[in-house]
Design a protein around this ligand. Structure first.
Ligand code: NAD
Length: 339
């Protein structure tokens, strides 16, 4: 059993911890919390809890939260660290993992250059084979790759995508905007180059705006295909992939809030939707041009990718076997509604 240490138990870290504990080839060695708050109390009931360093011990002790030790001790005990610290922090921690000679996975808030390998299970599982450091790309980038990568089998494609980004996650009361739409004035937004760091050579440009919602991101995607391809042929490519699910306005699913209701009503833990939710009514293919809308549950779509990255880095299973096992254990593709 591979021992996985998780540095930070926030939006991504707590989900990766739960996903690891559902696998039969890995266990959670422990999780790191930096603040003795309600989430630390929850975490300490489920996993061995560690703190970043000794200076944090007293505040946890004062709050009556049991701590097993410090990050250094967790690194010692673990075979790999999944770093889910806030954007930019992973870079600082990498030197510590390297010094301890431990493998590590970083998240999309870090730069591609930190590991030299940005990961998506469908697109480049094999490239992480045996590697020591891998970065799982962000929620938006993961979503774009999931639906765009299968289209590359038609030949050379050109992608222009617009992203409507949720302002922040549901548990965060500190960030906005509250009454504004905020365009990302850097064009292309970082998402396009990030997709191209995984699907090498892809012609892609992206623009993004931030809006006052916390539930999901929404993408408008336009793909120029090398030839006229019928909607059915395109749908067939996507239907073979469990990490893409379909919704329809005809069923009354016309908004991201209803998609999240699908997650709640179909019994998903935490209302997580690991799948990219694609509106099948929006899929329009004419004259070699494809258009579609997709919605992204930013808190969870990268979680299965972290599990597959671990397996590839330790050469535990081939691509198909790993994806199948991750999907089976997380019930991906099992939505009562949405296939
Ligand atoms: P988060 O803010 O929800 O959680 C981060 C956790 O780290 C918090 O529990 C915080 O207390 C803890 N922390 C803060 N400073 C720390 C430190 N110095 N050492 C250890 N722990 C510390 O963040 P998140 O949303 O889970 O993001 C983590 C990473 O995942 C980022 O790179 C982010 O870009 C990426 N990501 C986030 C999302 C998302 O939608 N939230 C989606 C995909 C990828």
């Amino acid at each position: 059993m591979l021992k996985v240490g998780i540095n930070a138990y926030g939006t991504i870290g707590k989900r990766v911890a739960d996903a690891v504990s559902k696998q039969s080839d890995m266990v959670v060695a422990g999780v790191v919390k930096a603040h003795p708050n309600y989430m630390s109390q929850v975490a300490s009931k489920r996993f061995k809890l560690f703190v970043p360093d000794k200076s944090y011990l007293k505040s946890f002790q004062d709050a009556g939260i049991k701590v097993e030790g410090t990050l250094d001790e967790l690194i010692e005990e673990a075979d790999i660290i999944v770093d889910a610290t806030p954007e930019g922090e992973g870079e600082k921690y990498k030197a510590i993992y390297e010094k301890a000679n431990k493998k590590a996975i970083f998240q999309g808030g870090e730069e591609h250059e930190l590991t030299g390998l940005s990961f998506n299970a469908y697109a480049n599982y094999e490239e992480a084979w045996g590697r020591d450091y891998v970065r799982v790309v962000s929620c938006n980038t993961t979503a774009l790759i999931r639906t765009i990568y299968p289209l590359t089998s038609f030949g050379k494609i050109k992608v222009r995508a617009n992203l409507v980004r949720r302002a922040t996650d549901p548990d965060d009361y500190t960030k906005g905007p509250i009454n504004s739409i905020v365009p990302d004035l850097k064009i292309p937004s970082h998402h396009g180059p990030d997709v191209a760091s995984v699907i090498k050579g892809l012609d892609i440009e992206t623009m993004a705006v931030k809006v006052p919602t916390t539930l999901m991101h929404l993408h408008f995607v336009n793909v120029q295909l090398p030839r006229e391809v019928g909607k059915d042929e395109i749908m067939e490519k996507w239907k073979g992939l469990r990490r893409i699910a379909f919704v329809s306005g005809k069923d009354g699913v016309k908004s991201t809030s209803q998609i999240m209701d699908v997650a709640r009503e179909t019994g998903r833990e935490r209302s997580d939707l690991y799948e990219i939710m694609l509106w099948k009514d929006s899929v329009s293919s004419k004259g070699g041009e494809l258009f579609y809308y997709q919605a992204v549950h930013q808190e969870s779509d990268v979680v299965p990718e972290n599990i597959d990255a671990i397996r590839s880095m330790f050469q535990l299973k081939d691509k198909e076997s790993s994806i199948r096992e991750t999907d089976r254990t997380l019930k991906i593709g099992d939505l009562v509604y949405g296939r």
